[in-house]
Design a protein around this ligand. Structure first.
Ligand code: WT7
Length: 643
């Protein structure tokens, strides 16, 4: 398989969709944004209408200020007077194949009971609740219960370690953690409760730990622990929805940035939900018979936006799958599509690449004819994988939406609007930005580059789903997103527009890696490496990987007197898995005498990247700030001598 970045096929036109005139919609959004976003916001239920569409106090946007709204009400109560009430909200499938259907009404009841229980535990509007759960119904239930009472949820992906929990809980100042005794992953159990036990030794703000029974393994019960089922069973099944302000935080979601500390991305309700409701309508064009399978874990933004909030607002039926795509066999998604009649599959290039390796025979042995639309997200998709998805999974009759967006953008920003659009697809391109989203590709100086030229992707105008800020860190918010190109949002990705103005995303332009679609900061990884007692210095880069897109490569300098050995290699890898989590598994470790650095002490990560990918070092001088060509050449030779 070729490098994702160099193998673009711009010419292929595969399918044309019928639809209404998107041009008009986009023009209206551009010329009359207030009118346009007002119409979009009116698709939601508001307790009180807003005073203003947008209060833009650069770089802080308040969408629909003065408006009062509740996310849980828009996902649940709204459906109780319609035929959706008794429809499946979630069809949950455990790794062991067990299936549980939760109707909208049942979901409503469970959310209300937990909301009442949280209130009894003293949780009030604005309090933070950390949720560390596997993919079980209690995860969306917990989020919606927080939303109902105006508490701010902070979900931590259940693959993260104790240290990651400590950092995130302390930054958010959470009062409660909702977790489970354990979770299943590839037939093994992950001892979630003991990971939490380890973490709460260092999280002074935590008052209670609520435990859901999932694996029924024995767990240690300490003074702060309470069982989920004990607190909900006696509770009433109605809890009044809090009239949250449109810009009260709905949740914090931590994501990796370019410094050692993860960023707490904060989203509100009014703007965020408006963006989600409408983007989902345009891109997925939900209908009442859809069965939507978004394979993302709810611990990531895709799960927040397109497993929990957007589909529930639309009243669609969703698959909530607990386990891994290849467990017990590399056919699990196809099996689920056939078993539950999935109509829309929204997944990642990494999952598709791993299925593709096993050949066509496996998917061909399942009835996938219920599918009508396919989606991809999280990383660039190679054209050959795109074509496999189109031909083998979609049988040439399902459009593919390649959706670009980020934790920060809240919802989809670039993607074909199958609900309203009539265009040709190009494998590997996300096509165009959604109505109301004004993007541009610019150079170092912030000037627009011509079509065909690579540059930085920026967003020129505020949009409803944009983050409110970073939790407790307005300075970092301004610096990271709004100061690189003055007046615009800096997305951190390289991209270009082709001659037809189609957008092509070329990957991250900063010190962030995308490993199997998961976002990891190089500096965050480096600090995890140097927290190992044998390691003095670390430089992290990535290697192109046929399966994961990118794989982690570490250059490590050992402390004086420590010898490298395969044993140490394994020990260090284990240390990283324990410090960050299994998603940070390292592909290759090089022990070196010294790291390549500029005179001012900056690690030349781009040089290391070129070395591990066997690229020419020709043009990296422009990418390696502050370094001269002589320095780069010198360091290149020095490193190569040691490998
Ligand atoms: C980064 C954001 C979007 C939700 C899941 C990831 C990369 C995302 C695409 C795509 C190429 C993509 C970008 C972006 N990315 N979607 N369709 N094609 N790259 O959210 O963890 O915040 O990561 O994912 O590099 O900046 P995230």
């Amino acid at each position: 398989m070729n490098d994702l970045r160099n193998n673009r096929d711009e010419s292929q036109e595969i399918i044309t969709l019928e639809g209404s005139n998107i041009k008009k919609v986009k023009e209206n959004a551009k010329n009359n944004p207030d009118e346009f976003w007002t119409a979009c916001a009116k698709n939601l239920i508001w307790f009180k209408e807003w005073d203003q569409v947008l209060d833009w106090n650069y770089p802080f946007a308040k969408w629909f200020p003065g408006g009062r709204i509740n996310a849980s009400y828009n996902c649940l109560d709204k459906h109780l007077t319609t035929e959706i009430k008794n429809k499946a909200a979630f069809i949950w499938e455990g790794e062991d194949g067990k299936t549980i259907t939760v109707t909208y009404y049942q979901l409503f009841t469970k959310v209300n009971q937990l909301a009442n229980a949280l209130k009894k535990l003293g949780i009030k509007k604005g309090d933070r609740v950390t949720i560390y759960l596997p993919m079980i119904p209690e995860l969306p239930i917990s989020m919606l219960a927080c939303a109902r009472i105006g508490a701010i949820h902070s979900v931590i992906f259940s693959g993260f370690s104790s240290q990651s929990i400590i950092d995130r809980v302390n930054d958010a100042g959470s009062k409660i953690i909702i977790t489970a005794d354990g979770g299943y992953r590839r037939g093994k159990t992950i001892p979630l409760k003991s990971i939490v036990d380890e973490a709460i030794k260092d999280t002074p703000t935590i008052e209670k730990v609520i435990i859901v029974k999932r694996t029924f393994d024995d767990v240690h019960i300490g003074g702060k622990d309470i069982w989920y089922e004990d607190i909900v069973t006696e509770e009433s099944s109605y809890c009044l929805s809090e009239w949250n302000d449109s810009n009260d935080p709905l949740f914090i979601l931590y994501t990796s940035g370019t410094t050692g500390k993860p960023k707490g991305v904060v989203h509100g309700s009014g703007g965020y939900l408006t963006h989600l409701f409408n983007s989902a309508k345009w891109v997925f064009d939900f209908t009442s018979t859809d069965v939507f399978f978004c394979t993302a874990d709810i611990g990531w933004i895709t799960g927040h936006s397109y497993v929990v909030y957007a589909p529930l607002m639309h009243g669609v039926t969703q698959i909530l799958y607990e386990g891994a795509p290849d467990y017990p066999n590399p056919d699990r998604y196809w099996k689920i599509v056939e078993k539950h009649g999935v109509t829309i599959l929204y997944t990642t290039p990494t999952a598709l690449r791993s299925y593709m390796r096993y050949g066509d025979k496996i998917p061909n042995s399942y009835d996938l004819s219920s599918l009508r639309l396919l989606g991809t997200v999280g990383e660039p998709i190679n054209p050959e994988v795109w074509k496999w998805y189109f031909n083998v999974i979609g049988k040439k009759s399902c459009p593919i939406v390649d959706t670009w967006w980020q934790t920060e953008t809240g919802g989809i920003m670039i993607g074909m609007c199958t609900g309203i659009e009539n265009i040709s697809m190009k494998p590997g391109s996300g096509t165009f930005s959604l109505p109301g989203i004004e993007l541009e590709i610019v150079d170092e100086e912030g000037l627009k580059v011509e079509n065909g030229k690579k540059g930085y992707l920026i967003i020129k105008k505020p949009w409803p789903g944009m983050l409110l800020s970073l939790w407790n860190n307005e300075e970092r918010y301004k610096k990271t997103y709004w100061e690189k190109v003055s007046g615009s949002f800096f997305a951190g990705d390289f991209a270009y527009l082709d001659k037809d103005n189609y957008t092509w995303i070329l990957g991250r332009a900063d010190d962030i890696l995308k490993v199997a679609g998961h976002r990891l900061g190089t500096i965050e990884l480096e600090s995890a490496f140097v927290s190992h007692p044998s390691i003095a210095e670390a430089a992290i880069t990535s290697k192109n990987d046929d399966l994961k897109g990118e794989a982690i490569v570490a250059f490590l300098v050992l402390r004086k007197g420590i010898e490298s050995s395969p044993h140490l290699d394994a020990e260090v890898n284990e240390h990283i898995r324990n410090t960050i989590g299994p998603i940070a598994s390292t592909e290759k470790i090089y022990f070196v005498n010294k790291l390549p650095k500029t005179r001012s002490g900056k690690i030349m990560r781009r040089l290391l990247k070129s070395i591990v990918n066997k690229e020419a070092i020709g043009d990296i001088s422009t990418l390696e700030d502050e370094a001269s060509i002589e320095e780069i050449n010198y360091e290149f030779n020095e490193i190569n001598k040691q490998l």
